[in-house]
Write a protein of this length. Sequence first.
Length: 211
Amino acid sequence: MDIKVFSNRVKKLIKRKVRKTKKRIIKLEPDSHSMRKIFLLFMILFFAVCDLAIWRSGSIPNSDPVLVINTGADMELEKNARELASGHPIESMIPYILRKDRKVASYLLAIAKKESNLGMYSPQKDGRDCFNYWGYRGQYNKTDSGYSCFDSRRQAVNVISKRVGTLIAQNIDTPQEMAVWKCGYDCSWDDQANVRKWVEDVGYYYEKIYQ
């Protein structure tokens, strides 16, 4: 056989093998669209497994984020708050209250204890609880007696904590100074014995919670 003919046949054979090999490689390697589909499917399965694990553990009872305790002071605050609120209507607000600043949270509970015994005696409107355990008189949805009637526990805590936080920012941060909550910025018109009692009781529970 002529060497040139033989060489051409070998070249053709090699080219045929190379083409077949390339086709096999292409079949084995998915395109970018397929890769995206595989990745998306993996992520869906991953999050589904995570959600199932959380649901089974019961660690998240509702859509609200839970308080993450990082320090001994926070743990003590939570312990004191839960003990004080146990068995009272305000107990269901504790997850919201504990997300606030420690000083604000402590005053929220101390004032609520004095004003309504933590929700045991509080305003109602149209036969329902107004979630106003602080004797707060605002412009929102007022009752006949002038108290704000909140739509939810979360709204109540947010409104009251904002007001308390504003007072603290103005350096009104002792039980004596916080008496403005009871009688406005001037307590001279109020019965002084009642004012002193308010300050004494709020101060007692504030220290008991805040420590």
